[in-house]
Design a protein around this ligand. Structure first.
Ligand code: AHR
Length: 665
């Protein structure tokens, strides 16, 4: 936490220096509030969600049991079986493939006059289970047992030394040899970041078990089987304009079998077919053999999340191509119909009324109203003529049936080079709605490219900066953590995007979440462990831009000539017509304070305002679990002159000013 004295050190001199007229250097930014350059789209600043770094399973999806359905490649991964006296066949992995293709495995347990401790199953959770004092936990499972069974399950949460944190006795009620779901709940009387679930089998006979599950009760909106509330809250606080899901490379899969198929992610969770998460094997140095996609967080939940946080949903679909860095498999053009049908059916699932096939499915899951889907991505980071060939088929079919759906097209993995130029040219000729550009680059690249969109065509295709992040050490490696240098570079670049909001209509940092013990790729926007969460400096940059999006773009010019980068200063200006405020954003990327005049034309007069500053003199500054708000925005009130203000931009800072004004001139 920043000390009060340090806050005052930065804030107080600022307040005084605006009110006391001093001789200013003649460096002036002029904002013309009468020139509305463009609309700022509701979608301007959004979020990119992918199940990478244990972002979904083991992350935002609050299930605490790992491998609950015994469908991981090793059926008992995550589970330990303990027997006081070993008996062959006491625990057996069963497969009923023909009858249950989506979830074939379960385990059978056989006990004979077992007492507590004779036969025990322990689940490790995802690098342990984060358990909170006085929190209620919901245990559930699917079971079947014959009429002869006399079995009790003693359920407990234990800490690393085996101490019981909370427990209950679970007596499976029905004995008819059929599958039944049953639940129980209990309180934990202590907090523990790495608890385990223990099940003792007591009694006699046979029982089949599947979908062994444990959820905390404090999920987002208290939804049973829902999401971690602290993680969703961090997203809601961003007030994102859109949420892109489910990725990322997991859309493509390592091969086509491993691709994301939305239809397999909806309906009852026990019928959602699990697959290996491609990040399980992607990086040898960060391998995660226990990383699978259970799809407990599936497309219905993604749409619901979007609705909850006021973001427009942006699903990205596989276009008949697997990741070109992996197998590079493509679907035969004669077999593309199923892929295209998936896209058409998804629109019906999201928007169709309840008499339609897929609208009915959505309603049966609890949401009869439309999810208001307006856009969709075809492919992620796909490139080459093979992409265009497939894209054309999708575009024709979708535009034909749903002309109102805007399509996001891929421009590959890099924002420059032959592949990019080839696709960018071809997509613009096709008048693509939105072209998805990705850039993971060093901070210097971001500073040098703040003018990237100044010379883009003003008409035709718009840009979706769908994945970007400044990587401090290595432009493509997974070793970085976001620090203030990276975040400042992103902020400078974002002023460039904002100044070109007529061209760049959507942007999202990537990746979003990382678990401290389970990550594969860094930097990331938000870090979690089993109990805590913090936003990186990049998170606060995203938040400041998104929370101060405005509705109209204004022109802003600097007396030093160019608008960006002179004296390491970068600025943009928007107006929020609803609140009647001008919003100025300024990045000072130099090591010294820089004094500026802001002259505001086209208004009556400035009435007052608020300043929010994100600042550190040390570019290595970052946040952590111990100091989550080490670098975070500080707010103060600003005094203004009649038509502008003098502003001493602190060294290495992002400043956002919201200025109330009267109309007139
Ligand atoms: O954000 C991490 C990965 O980077 C995404 O999955 C992919 O689209 C890109 O290569």
């Amino acid at each position: 936490m920043m000390k009060l004295s340090r806050i005052l050190y930065f804030v107080l001199p600022c307040i005084f220096s605006w009110t006391i007229a001093k001789a200013q250097p003649a460096r002036t930014w002029t904002v013309d509030a009468s020139k509305l350059v463009a609309d700022i789209q509701h979608t301007m600043w959004g979020i990119f969600f992918e199940d990478i770094n244990f972002g979904a399973d083991g992350g935002i999806y609050a299930e605490l049991v790992k491998n609950r359905s015994f469908e991981f490649s090793s059926p008992l991964m995550g589970w330990t079986v303990k027997q006081k006296r070993f008996r062959e066949g006491a625990v057996v992995v069963q497969n009923r493939q023909d009858a249950h293709t989506a979830n074939p495995r379960y385990i059978s347990v056989n006990v004979q006059q077992a007492a507590k401790g004779d036969l025990v199953l322990i689940n490790d959770g995802f690098r342990g289970m984060g358990v909170k004092k006085d929190m209620r936990y919901f245990f559930s499972l699917l079971y079947n047992q014959p009429v002869t069974a006399q079995i009790q399950l003693h359920i407990s949460l234990i800490d690393s030394t085996g101490n019981v944190l909370g427990d209950t006795i679970f007596i499976p009620a029905l004995k008819d040899g059929n599958w039944h779901k049953q639940s129980a709940s209990f309180l934990s009387h202590a907090t523990c970041p790495k608890a385990k679930l223990r099940i003792d089998f007591v009694g006699d006979g046979y029982i089949g078990l599947d979908m062994v599950s444990l959820f905390p009760s404090d999920t987002w909106k208290g939804r049973p089987g829902g999401m971690r509330a602290d993680m969703v809250q961090m997203l809601a606080d961003l007030k994102p304009g859109f949420i892109r899901f489910p990725g990322g490379c997991i859309v493509e899969g390592r091969d086509l079998n491993n691709r994301y198929q939305w239809k397999k992610t909806i309906g009852p969770v026990e019928e959602r077919q699990l697959i290996m998460n491609r990040w399980n094997v992607e990086f040898a140095h960060r391998s995660a053999p226990d990383y699978f996609q259970t799809f407990g967080l599936g497309f219905y939940e993604y749409f619901q999340l979007a609705e909850d946080i006021g973001a427009s949903p942006l699903p990205i679909l596989n276009c008949g191509m697997a990741c070109q860095f992996n197998s590079a498999e493509v679907a035969d053009m004669h077999q593309l119909d199923a892929y295209v049908q998936d896209a058409l059916d998804l629109i019906e699932f999201a928007n169709g009324d309840t008499t339609t096939t897929w609208g009915k499915v959505r309603a049966s899951m609890g949401h009869p109203a439309s999810f208001h889907l307006k856009m969709m991505g075809i492919g992620n980071e796909n490139w080459g003529p093979q992409y265009l060939e497939r894209l054309d088929v999708f575009t024709k079919a979708i535009k034909n049936k749903y002309p109102y759906i805007k399509l996001v097209n891929s421009s590959g993995t890099d924002p420059e080079g032959e592949r990019f130029d080839f696709l960018n040219t071809a997509l613009r000729k096709r008048n693509a709605d939105l072209i998805d550009e990705h850039y993971y680059r060093r901070p210097e690249w971001f500073f040098a490219n703040t003018g990237r969109y100044d010379h883009y065509p003003r008409n035709g295709s718009k840009v979706f900066a769908g994945e970007y992040a400044a990587h401090v050490n290595n432009a493509t490696g997974p070793q970085d953590k976001s620090n203030w240098l990276a975040a400042l570079a992103e902020a400078a670049f974002m002023t460039g995007m904002e100044r070109n909001a007529d061209v760049v209509q959507m942007a999202s940092y990537a990746p979003l979440f990382a678990h401290a013990e389970g990550w594969q790729w860094a930097p990331d926007l938000i870090w979690t462990n089993n109990l805590s969460i913090y936003g990186t400096p990049s998170y606060y940059v995203q938040k400041l831009f998104s929370n101060n999006k405005g509705s109209k773009l204004l022109s802003i010019n600097s007396s030093m000539g160019g608008t960006q980068g002179s004296d390491s200063l970068y600025a943009s200006a928007v107006m929020d017509t609803a609140s009647g405020e001008l919003i100025l954003k300024m990045v000072n990327a130099s090591a010294r304070q820089q004094d500026y005049n802001f002259v505001i034309q086209g208004i009556g007069k400035c009435k007052g305002g608020k300043l929010t500053v994100l600042q550190s003199g040390d570019l290595k500054t970052t946040n952590s679990f111990e100091q989550p708000f080490n670098l975070s925005p500080k707010e103060s009130i600003i005094s203004l002159q009649k038509k502008g203000l003098q502003y001493p931009a602190p060294p290495y800072s992002l400043s956002v000013m919201r200025i109330k004004y009267t109309r007139g001139s």
